[in-house]
Design a protein around this ligand. Structure first.
Ligand SMILES: NC(=O)C1=CN([C@@H]2O[C@H](COP(=O)(O)OP(=O)(O)OC[C@H]3O[C@@H](n4cnc5c(N)ncnc54)[C@H](OP(=O)(O)O)[C@@H]3O)[C@@H](O)[C@H]2O)C=CC1
Ligand SMILES: Nc1nc(O)c(N)c(N[C@@H]2O[C@H](COP(=O)(O)O)[C@@H](O)[C@H]2O)n1
Length: 253
């Protein structure tokens, strides 16, 4: 798959997104028993080579990739589109971390790569941007900024979360036209549960799910236990077999 899969182009309208109305895609890979990770959040490779490559094409189609701080801590991901042919010189997506208390580990791989590969900046990697609460101490903010990350302060909601409905305006203020929300479970749940934006239009534009033909058993669900009530109705707009996996592209009804 040396080219962007056609079905993503047809069904993920990220190219028509604007900074005033950024496109929001929510995506994850799950097992047949609806798990996204193993016991205690152990990372599981669910996607086969074909669907993993598709995920990297999707990363390159969005201005930013967003994860929750637990995923950063547990998986220590790269969040690059490094499976794509380097000859394409596609601009790397902007990593965004939702981290209300600024628990961001300054030893994380994304920051280490940013600091140790200055020649790759803007080519294959971008500076990690951490979105945290405006009540975090200035000392802690300085510590993280001195380590090389950018810290963005926002007002938290009553649950102490970055409010999902404010993500579009945060993206607009950062000049980002699209975001791919990759997880984990808590982040997927709050974004799937928050149906609309400030202007009344739907919050989530596209949902892309990779289903791997395996069972995990004990592990982390797509949404945390007890949060599977009140989830939106989805409409499948495309299904694709990718190697051993099935990929569903959906819209929120
Ligand atoms: N298979 C897949 O596709 C993927 C799997 N994963 C797996 O997910 C697991 C981690 O999931 P999980 O533990 O649920 O953690 P998350 O990665 O969802 O991070 C949750 C944390 O993010 C912070 N946060 C900020 N704003 C919000 C918000 N609006 N809604 C929810 N959280 C917010 C909170 O931090 P605080 O507690 O500091 O307030 C919260 O505890 C890992 O095991 C990882 O392997 C992750 C991504 C993809
Ligand atoms: N698409 C997909 N398939 C899987 O099997 C996965 N485990 C994940 N996990 C997500 O990818 C992140 C790791 O990214 P890097 O390979 O380090 O770039 C991980 O943190 C999850 O967000 N995704």
């Amino acid at each position: 798959m040396s080219e962007l899969p056609r079905f993503l182009l047809d069904h993920l309208p990220t190219a028509s997104a604007t900074t005033s109305r950024p496109h929001i895609t929510v995506t994850w890979a799950q097992s047949l028993d609806s798990k996204i990770a193993g016991p205690d959040g152990q990372r599981v490779i669910l996607s086969g080579p074909e669907s993993m490559l598709m995920t990297h094409w999707m990363r390159s189609m969005h201005d930013a990739i967003l994860i929750g701080v637990n995923t950063l801590i547990l998986d220590n991901p790269r969040l690059q589109a490094n499976l794509l042919p380097p000859s394409l010189s596609l601009p790397p997506p902007q990593p965004l971390i939702l981290d209300p208390k600024l628990r961001f580990p300054i030893t994380s791989r994304i920051l280490n790569e940013w600091n140790t590969k200055p020649d790759q900046r803007g080519k294959t990697i971008r500076q990690p941007w951490i979105i945290c609460g405006d009540d975090v101490s200035p000392g802690r903010v300085k510590e993280v900024e001195d380590a090389g990350a950018r810290v963005i302060l926002v007002k938290l909601d009553e649950k102490g979360h970055i409010p999902p409905s404010s993500l579009p305006s945060i993206l607009t203020s950062l000049g980002l036209k699209s975001v791919m929300i990759e997880g984990g479970s808590k982040v997927l749940s709050t974004f799937l549960h928050c149906p609309t934006r400030g202007d009344g239009s739907r919050l989530v534009d596209s949902v892309v799910v990779t289903v791997a033909p395996m069972f995990i058993g004990e592990g982390i669900g797509v949404v945390p236990e007890g949060e599977d009530i009140g989830l939106p109705v989805l409409k499948t707009v495309h299904t694709e077999k990718m190697g051993k996996d099935a990929v569903m592209v959906c819209e929120v009804e």
